[in-house]
Design a protein around this ligand. Structure first.
Ligand SMILES: Nc1ncnc2c1ncn2[C@@H]1O[C@H](COP(=O)(O)OP(=O)(O)OP(=O)(O)O)[C@@H](O)[C@H]1O
Ligand SMILES: [Mg+2]
Length: 258
């Protein structure tokens, strides 16, 4: 795999995305291609446009101009739910879990399974047993072995386990694209490694992953390709094989150009 050409068709593609806030240019014509079964890291200095890029890709912001394609078809997301409906799930930096709910309920938040018949359709009763069974199966498939009990409230879990629930929620139910904003920022070494392993599992299942991170060693450990944002533009896309961490930082700061 070279830097410029990657086999296969992108599951997500952005062309010439621009996002302005009044006179401030958050994104200044950014392109991006994301392929099935790869981890694409997005790095860049503070204010480089990483969050703005992710928001424009995931329906949290509407780009001022530019085009977005899912599996080659043009899309325009007006809200995050539009992106979810298209198979794109996002885990925002602020944890998207409900602390008082248990693990299984968190996994099914917003897509609860109702009981069959009168109880479900008229009384809106939840199929708690069914959801717990599917939650166990989903966690097992993702290789999350530290979560033995899906009936435990998430507030009783460790930081890494909570993050694992948030990632599992995004990964569950066959989403094609998972976007993770600094998923290990608040975690210790062991917990970070667990989350990184989970991200690799997702990738190996064929899910396309976008990982925003400030942690260069982690980026170089897990990413297949690295998109470098600088001053609202993409300063280049590199791989851990083609460039060193020092190169990446130099490109980020403008000391080196590709
Ligand atoms: N809602 C907003 N209103 C005005 N300016 C904004 C807004 N959101 C972002 N910007 C500006 O757009 C530029 C890109 O910001 P963005 O948040 O995307 O950077 P970032 O790469 O995520 O930085 P960080 O690493 O600090 O999170 C910055 O100059 C920022 O001030
Ligand atoms: Mg940001």
């Amino acid at each position: 795999m070279t830097v410029e050409t990657v086999a296969g068709k992108p599951v997500l593609e952005a062309r010439d995305l621009v996002k302005t806030y009044g006179r401030v240019v958050g994104l200044d014509g950014v392109g991006l291609q994301l392929f099935p079964g790869e981890i694409l890291a997005v790095v860049g200095d503070n204010g480089a446009g990483k969050s703005t890029l992710i928001k424009c890709l995931t329906g949290a912001e509407i780009p001022t101009s530019g085009e977005l394609f899912i599996n080659g078809s043009p899309v325009s997301f007006k809200r995050p739910q539009d992106a979810r409906d298209a198979g794109l799930e996002t885990v925002y930096q602020t944890l998207a879990v409900s602390p008082t709910l248990d693990v299984a309920s968190n996994l099914f938040l917003g897509r609860e399974i109702r009981r069959k018949g009168f109880a479900g359709t008229m009384l809106r009763a939840l199929d708690v047993k069914g959801m717990r069974e599917r939650a166990r199966a989903e966690l097992a498939e993702l290789g999350i072995s530290t979560l033995q009990d899906v009936t435990v409230p998430v507030e009783n879990l460790s930081g890494g386990q909570r993050q694992a629930v948030a990632v599992a929620r995004a990964a569950a139910f066959g989403s094609k694209i998972v976007v993770l904003d600094e998923p290990t920022a608040a975690l210790g070494v062991r917990e970070s490694n667990q989350v990184l392993q989970l991200i690799r599992t997702l990738r190996d299942r064929g899910t396309a992953v976008i990982l925003i991170s400030h942690n260069m060693p982690q980026v170089f450990e897990v990413a297949d390709r690295i998109h470098i944002q600088r001053l609202g533009k993409c300063a280049g896309t590199i791989t851990p094989q083609s460039h060193s961490m020092t190169d990446a930082v130099a490109i980020m700061t403008g000391a080196q150009t590709l």
